[in-house]
Write a protein that binds this ligand. Structure first.
Ligand code: GLU
Length: 426
């Protein structure tokens, strides 16, 4: 059938991500023995919206940005997924990310379908007022699609709790009353959950520890490199250091720092929160983002963007364990190379699911108009992730699959089952 895209002739990040997502789906569909009809359903997003986002800049000039919201699947519940502000975001990328959200929510057993949105813009090039205008105009353009029962956005690359507050406000003002459950990852003051800010990083840390334990490797002193020092990478580095790992290298888009005896991570995280780029930090020695991938470590955590571990560098990765904090950091070709070399990859839809799990807990609290303690949230997160990790590890062992293949077989299988049980209307 034609659902498997051909070789990667198009080099855009989005096209490569979409191709990777379709390749992973095709493998899971074949393993599950799904027929072509259901495979095509799962390969096709339910709704894709492209919107113009006109912006009046503070200097009086005007420009038109492009925004997207893709709802990939709605069979298991409302659509769920983040909103990305990045200059290279396009419809292909948002579609791939929406598909990954569908499998992720199914894998961790939360009642959502998958979605993703984005605006092709560099948020760093906008003033705060311009950023607010872009966010509110984009929110008003996608308003017909979103709502607590329909589609619930959250932060992703280039967006944060302030972005969510503006979207929540835009939606609520239009509705005429406060609707906290329309977004997750909001500030706690307007219905955000305790523990949401660090949730993805907590989840990454829990999966690193679970994977080390599964292979009988002690946590204490394990050398870790983290690529990406934003919302996910910085706190993952900190939590891993707190858990006893030796974080020897970190980087962001500006560059990285390396010290074999271990970086002093907490002050670097505090500096990053003040906007200091990693290249300007002084701990350790400088290294490039490419060099970071090849540092001699036990664990590599790619926590930036898609398509960074490729056929061109997979051979040089020395980590025995790759834990994907980002969505889609490893291409299918690199996956095969790593697997052949005995490198274990804990896939994105498991490793970074902590974010959407606590988003779910936030939404449940909003729907009940109630709030839980940080401890309660942390326990529920740990339970859901542990169950998902055990399911994946068990299936991988039983069927001789990689962890990514097993995670997709479980996620895709649950969504296929929902489709089959609901039936096709009309
Ligand atoms: N953007 C995050 C992800 O890729 C979180 C999505 C959410 O919380 O809805 O999983």
């Amino acid at each position: 059938m034609t659902l498997l895209a051909g070789p990667a002739l198009d080099v855009s990040r989005g096209a490569a991500a979409r191709r990777a997502a379709l390749t992973q789906l095709a493998h899971a569909a074949a393993h599950l023995g799904l027929d072509d009809g259901i495979h095509e359903m799962l390969a096709t997003p339910r709704r894709s919206l492209t919107v113009a986002v006109p912006l009046r800049r503070e200097d009086g000039s005007q420009t038109v940005l492009t925004g997207y919201r893709v709802q990939h699947n709605l069979s298991r519940g409302p659509a769920k997924g983040g909103i990305r502000f990045h200059p290279a975001t396009d419809l292909d990328e948002v579609t791939a990310l929406a598909m990954w959200m569908t499998w992720k929510c199914a894998l961790v057993g939360i009642p959502y379908g998958g979605a993703k949105g984005g605006v092709a813009v560099d948020p760093g090039s906008l003033t705060r007022l311009e950023l607010e205008r872009v966010t509110r105009r984009y929110a008003s353009e996608i308003l017909p699609l979103i709502g607590p029962d329909k589609d619930i956005p959250a932060p992703d690359v280039g967006t944060d709790e302030q972005t969510m507050a503006w979207i929540m406000d835009t939606f609520s003002v239009t509705a005429g009353y406060s609707v906290p459950g329309v977004v997750t990852g909001k500030p706690v003051s307007i219905g955000g959950s305790q523990g949401r800010a660090g949730a993805t990083s907590r989840g990454v840390t829990l999966t690193v520890l679970a994977a080390l334990t599964r292979h009988g490797v002690p946590v204490e002193g394990r050398r870790v490199a983290v690529q990406g020092f934003g919302k996910v990478g910085a706190l993952a580095a900190q939590y891993l250091a707190e858990a006893g790992c030796r974080v020897v290298a970190v980087c962001d888009v500006t560059g990285g720092r390396h010290r074999e005896s271990g970086l002093n991570v907490a002050p670097m995280v505090a500096a990053a929160a003040q906007g200091v780029p990693v290249a300007e930090m002084t701990d350790g020695d400088p290294l490039t983002a490419e060099e970071l991938l090849e540092v001699d470590v036990d664990v590599l955590v790619p926590a930036a963007l898609e398509g960074v571990v490729t056929a061109a560098n997979a051979d040089r990765i020395r980590a025995r364990l790759v834990v994907e904090g980002a969505n889609g950091p490893t291409t299918p070709e690199a996956d095969a190379i790593l697997a052949a070399r005995g490198c274990v990859v804990v896939p994105d839809i498991l490793a970074n699911a902590g974010g959407v799990v606590v988003s779910y807990l936030e939404w449940v609290q909003n729907l009940q108009a109630y709030s839980w303690s940080e401890n309660e949230v942390a326990h529920r997160l740990q339970d859901l992730l542990k169950r998902a990790f055990d399911d994946v590890a068990h299936l991988a062992d039983e069927r001789g699959l990689t962890l990514r293949q097993a995670a997709h077989v479980i996620g895709v299988g649950r969504v296929a089952q929902a489709h089959l049980q609901r039936g096709l209307y009309p």
